[in-house]
Design a protein around this ligand. Sequence first.
Ligand code: NA7
Length: 463
Amino acid sequence: SKPRHDYDLVVLGGGSAGLACAKEAADCGARVLCFDFVKPSPAGTRWGIGGTCVNVGCIPKKLMHQASLLGEAVHEAVAYGWNVNDQDLRPDWRKLVRSVQNHIKSVNWVTRVDLRDKKVEYVNSLGAFLDPHTIEYATRSGLERRQVTAEHVVVAVGGRPRYPDIPGAVELGITSDDIFSYEREPGRTLVVGAGYVGLECACFLKGLGYEPTVMVRSIVLRGFDRQMSELLAAMMAERGVPFLGTTIPRSVERQADGRLLVRYHNTATGADGSDVFDTVLWAIGRRGLVEDLHLPAAGVRTHGDKIVVDAAEATSVPHIFAVGDIVYGRPELTPVAILAGRLLARRLCVGMSEETAIELRGADNIEVLHGYYKPTEFFIPQKSVRHCYLKAVAEISGDQKILGLHYIGPVAGEVIQGFAAALKSGLTVKTLLSTVGIHPTTAEEFTRLSITKRSGRDPTPAS
Ligand code: NA7
């Protein structure tokens, strides 16, 4: 018999969540159509299929992070005996951007081939609901509107950066949507927002030799372990990233010389101030892209800019589902694919923060083991022991089940990913301390943690 609908499944959004869903459904034999469309950012940036992670998130961020680490390594190489003649090392920003963009283009290409192989149809257009089973979209030329019907719909349109509601913000500022393909060298950059996106951008800009300043409205890295967050901010400040604390931006104006004058206000002191930057980067959070979907036509319930779903990802309309960043109330632990977006979170911590553990279990019931550590590779370039810190938050009784592990130090993502599996398997302090360390790594220091916070002993090593 003829199917009632054109497709078994229409997926709106070709990012990590949408693509995973579309491909899986096609593997199961469903007839699948996936819409993916990127509205240009206010600065005019556009990109291809793959969503935030591939195009303007995790992937380019990791590449720029690597570029900045390499710059740091060249400086350290001198201490290790390399003759690096040009002491005034500067990156070729345009070449870096080109390399990063070429990689992204290749991923876009592979994604399209993969969809074709898996028989997922792909339409590069913005799909919107006409009714609960009908999606309407404009053809490539934009001249014609077409409709398709679907048995099931999955909404996976993700989000885009927010802009503050102040003069000049949209016209003169950029966001993480733009920085990875930015034509011009960023130069002196004001990063507004101290979430992980802001801090990551500030870190790689600093490593590449630009001068970022971070504007913090309240605290850095809200929601993360406080001690780790403050330590990270102190480390960044020590490495030359200034923080403008308890400050909000008021306006951005272009000066006659082309640079940007930013006026701001310190909410604690009441003082007004201003400074001049080459680039202003907003990293003040992200919003869900519900507005173009015509959700009321389908009857899908929303909460602000996000979609409300039940435990099975179903929206208020049973045959319409939502996954990824567009889902309300589950920012951190939506599908596994989205976890990739939390690189910094994973670089720093797995499990509970010390605050959460105290709140849930009571201060008397938890033990915190911690220590600074000087990895072997820190000695020759004389890097500070302050740049490597480990902390385990555990139950105080029995074998001391570990509730959270926190780490700041080299290759933190790799270290913490390994321990994440151990934590999921019910790691205890007893097991951790009886684990043989792989020498000489920094991760092995977790097997040697011996100082409790409760003891008040200095966690700094003697040498
Ligand atoms: P976050 O983690 O939401 O952080 C936003 C930061 O920007 C945070 O430090 C905020 O300070 C600050 N903020 C928010 N609004 C303003 C305004 N209007 N002015 C100045 N500063 C502001 O967002 P990210 O951009 O890091 O992106 C992470 C998201 O990506 C995450 O939510 C996931 O959904 C995916 P606050 O602490 O609120 O005072």
